[in-house]
Design a protein around this ligand. Structure first.
Ligand code: ZN
Length: 290
């Protein structure tokens, strides 16, 4: 079974606020055990988390060995104050504070650093992000500093310009990456960056009634086409479902992600897809740890 390269154990795939509130005063270990059980049942032995602000993934890392799961976490994600990211991490206002957060993540046992460089998807409107994201210059500096610290970088990024800056700065793994243009997909294919396109959080919304289906479908089709193109150009792709996100349960989410991915590149390429996803996972297992 392939590993899960993008999960949020703090979330439950149903109700974000409710899930987070369980851990308000103290990490609730019962839900962590529940999610680990599910992964184990499905034979998933590798999970990379995206971090959270309440220490849940940090605690999960300590419990993972009981389940025979190799679990990696950045502990928390780092974002620039005033931008998206508060729900999964901590903010910085200047480079001194940024350095401080990297040191803190290291101290708390981070396997790699997670940065937030763009807004999130608006599933009710094709092409729209919740915000523009940080500047290209800041993105390059964020990535550069982490590499100087000898850590690898997982970046949450959507939108063409934002992702282009991250790619030119040598980001190690790019998460989501919605709305990329052909040039940027080429750049991605020529780079060493692993792209984790997280199709399930969009695809699983189809028919749920929460957002207009025609918008969701357009967003999904756009991303599937981009994945197909990047695959054809030889880009490194990673399998991560963003499990914990709405309608993406831990465990099942990974199976869903694989199905969406397969549909994107075409059934006939399944063997090669699987092999390439495995290779990316092996790289992450080997490099994104301390
Ligand atoms: Zn995520």
């Amino acid at each position: 079974m392939l590993g899960e390269c993008h999960a949020h154990i703090i979330m439950n795939g149903k109700n974000y606020k409710e899930a987070v509130s369980l851990h308000k005063n103290k990490v609730d270990e019962t839900v962590i055990h529940m999610h680990f059980q599910r992964w184990r049942e499905l034979g998933i032995t590798f999970v990379r988390d995206g971090g959270d602000a309440l220490g849940v993934s940090g605690r999960a890392k300590e419990l993972a060995p009981e389940y025979g799961i190799d679990y990696r976490t950045p502990i928390f994600a780092i974002h620039k104050k005033g931008h998206y990211g508060g729900i999964v991490g901590h903010a910085f206002t200047d480079w001194g504070e940024y350095e401080g957060l990297i040191q803190r993540a290291k101290r708390e046992g981070a396997d790699f650093i997670k940065i937030m460089i763009s807004g999130i998807m608006s599933f009710d409107a094709f092409g729209v992000l919740s915000e523009e994201g940080v500047s290209g210059e800041e993105i390059r500096e964020m990535i550069h500093i982490v590499h100087e610290e000898g850590m690898k970088v997982m970046a949450h990024g959507n939108g063409d310009k934002t992702v282009r800056a991250a790619l030119t700065a040598g980001v190690d793994t790019l998460e989501h990456g919605n709305y990329l243009e052909q040039d940027t997909l080429m750049l991605l294919a020529d780079s060493n960056t692993i792209w984790v396109p997280t199709l399930a959080p969009t695809g699983n919304l189809l028919g749920c009634g929460r957002f207009p289906d025609e918008q969701v479908k357009q967003i999904l089709d756009r991303q599937m086409e981009a994945v197909d193109y990047a695959f054809a150009k030889g880009a490194r792709l990673g399998l991560g479902s963003d499990s914990g996100a709405y309608l993406v349960p831990h465990g099942q989410g990974l199976l869903d992600e694989y199905e969406w991915m397969k549909r994107a590149v075409g059934q006939e390429h399944e063997a090669e897809l699987r092999q390439r996803l495995k290779k990316s996972e092996e790289w992450i297992r080997k490099e994104m740890k301390r």
